[in-house]
Design a protein around this ligand. Structure first.
Ligand code: RP5
Length: 180
């Protein structure tokens, strides 16, 4: 799924390295769950800067409406992309090194005034995709209905757990829980 693929991608998911893919796959799975067409790329702000800029500048004209960018360490990818496009950019800090994602979190969240990046939690690729779907859903009624259904499922899951807790009591509930 390249940026120029058909149907045109609404979301472009980009990550700094293939070592980011196991975590970023959650974003791809979530977009598939909502049937949102996406493109996915590996492109590093430091190791192939011109390529990143070319893709970021082309994204809007290829139909992309939201960009999700995941990176670890000195994570400049989301910010560099946000500097090269006016599309909304969601940054995913990844726990790639000895600082376990805090370096990436600070690098992504502390953007200078004028160039925003919406930052999700460390490794929160699923939430990044859900935020992207919400942005699309703000102008697409079909997507908004899917989000409402998703929220209803979440609610039903919690209510079912509470019902079980009331029935069993906490000790039996705990016995039935998988150990972590
Ligand atoms: C960042 O450096 C990438 O986003 C990745 O999280 C980290 C390490 O990259 P590799 O050395 O595994 O390619 O740019």
């Amino acid at each position: 799924m390249e940026l120029n693929s058909q149907p045109p991608p609404l979301v472009w998911v980009v990550m700094g390295s293939d070592s980011d893919l196991p975590v970023m796959a959650a974003a791809l799975q979530t977009l598939e769950q909502f049937e949102v067409p996406y493109a996915v790329s590996i492109a590093s702000a430091h190791r192939c800067t011109d390529y990143v800029l070319d893709l970021a500048k082309a994204a809007s004209s290829r139909g992309v409406r939201v960009i999700i960018a995941g990176a670890g360490l000195a994570a400049h990818l989301p910010g560099v992309i946000a500097a090269a496009t006016t599309l909304p950019v969601i940054g995913v800090p990844l726990a790639s090194g000895p600082l376990v994602g805090q370096d990436a979190l600070y690098a992504i969240v502390q953007m200078p005034p004028g160039i925003p990046v919406a930052t999700v939690g460390i490794a929160a690729a699923q939430n990044a995709a859900l935020l992207a779907v919400r942005i699309l859903g703000s102008s697409d009624a079909e997507v908004a209905v899917k989000l409402q259904q998703y929220a209803a499922q979440l609610q039903a899951g919690v209510l079912a757990k509470n019902h079980k807790l009331q029935e069993l009591g906490y000790k039996k509930y705990l016995e039935g829980m998988p150990s972590k």
